[in-house]
Design a protein around this ligand. Structure first.
Ligand code: ARG
Length: 357
């Protein structure tokens, strides 16, 4: 309890200072009394919006933090049924996708507090491809295998393509989780092609446009929001150098390299590196041509440098996790590689949490 009071006070003080609001004493008094009486406190809409943005600003692993203050916050603390939650998720998807001009957004459901049962989203991201294992062959995204099994146990059935969009799965308290297919017209996807290699489109690859992390816990001033899906837009390496390239994911480097006619029998030809670059070029080219927001890793690093400067001017220390901030392609070509970052975690932040299943 004392810990909650301390966290709450520190957060409220920061909010009033940064937003240059008066009346902090009154609000601090109120919060303290509310906690004494009820064991918790309720954020105002403004506190919630500031807290969600602050949590982004504090996300040590995120290279995209320049835009923290533009986050659009949907306050869905009033949602109480699975239907309410599905409706809010659909609205989030539509707002964020915005026909390709992606808008960073978060939808915050009610916090864990006594009385009301927890709302949990079982999805890792609101849009994600299913994964199936058949013998030692995989279909789709191996990252999704466990969750896909759960969806099937709940009665969902995928088409068993490499790109089946998984349904929304929502659980309230101890109720049986409810699922709902994602309406097709809400799913923005980009077919991948290459600016020079005509054969590339025959690989039949695609990716979804908006990454919306839905399994992290948002903590603001000591209050825990376990369901708070949020999105930005993609950096191309996430798709081209990881999702499609990692051996434990779509593992496409050997195929791309052989289509390129490279000698894949010897590491010394650097076929993996060449294939990696062309995959990343295809991702950037396709998203750009379709008008779907994306950033390349050089531009993202420049933007991160600006963020660092802004924070310095505001008199704030930037914390960061170097191992995540450096891009997986040509890291030493960015300034981030050549600096050290303090990886201390500030407490208003996005955290991993235990899976609900
Ligand atoms: N790396 C994750 C993926 O490839 C997405 C993480 C969030 N990324 C972002 N650009 N906001 O799906």
């Amino acid at each position: 309890m004392n810990e909650l009071v301390a966290e709450a006070k520190a957060f409220i003080e920061q909010f009033y200072i940064e937003s240059e609001k008066s009346g902090v004493e009154v609000r601090l008094q109120q919060v303290e009394e509310e906690i004494a009486e009820t064991g918790t406190y309720i954020h105002t809409k403004e506190e919630l919006a500031f807290g969600a943005k602050l949590a982004w600003r504090n996300s040590n692993r995120c290279i995209g933090r320049l835009f923290w203050n533009s986050l659009h916050v949907f306050d869905e603390r009033g949602a109480s049924s699975e239907e309410d939650v599905f409706r809010a998720l659909e609205r989030h998807l539509e707002f964020a996708s915005n026909e390709g001009r992606i808008r960073p957004a978060i939808t915050v459901f009610r916090p864990s507090q006594q009385g009301a049962p927890d709302i949990r989203l079982w999805n890792h991201q609101l849009l994600r491809y299913a994964g199936y294992q058949e013998g030692d062959a995989y279909i789709g995204d191996p990252h999704s295998i466990d969750f896909t099994k759960k969806c099937e146990e709940l009665g969902w059935k995928g088409d068993r393509t490499d790109f089946d969009i998984l349904p929304f799965v929502v659980q309230i308290g101890e109720n049986l989780p409810q699922w709902k297919p994602v309406r097709k017209e809400l799913v923005l996807e980009v077919d991948l092609r290459h600016p020079e290699f005509e054969w590339f489109s025959d690989l039949g690859l695609k990716w979804y446009g908006v990454p919306i992390i839905s399994d992290m816990e948002l903590k603001i001033g000591g209050i825990s929001y376990k369901a708070a899906p949020f999105n930005g837009w993609y950096m191309e390496t996430e798709i081209g150098a990881r999702n499609l390239a990692d051996v434990e994911r779509y593992n496409l480097l050997p195929k791309v390299a052989s289509c390129m006619g490279l000698d894949t029998s010897r590491a010394i030809t650097l076929w993996k590196d060449k294939a990696l670059i062309e995959l990343n070029i295809a991702v950037l080219h396709s998203f750009k041509e379709d008008g779907v927001s994306i950033v390349d890793h050089h531009t993202a690093a420049q933007q991160f440098r600006l963020f660092e400067q802004n924070e310095q001017h505001a008199g704030r220390e930037v914390t960061g996790d170097w191992t995540w901030l450096i891009p997986p392609v040509s890291p030493a070509a960015t300034h981030i590689f050549h600096k050290a970052y303090d990886n201390t975690w500030k407490s208003t932040n996005y955290f991993y949490q235990d899976k609900p299943y």
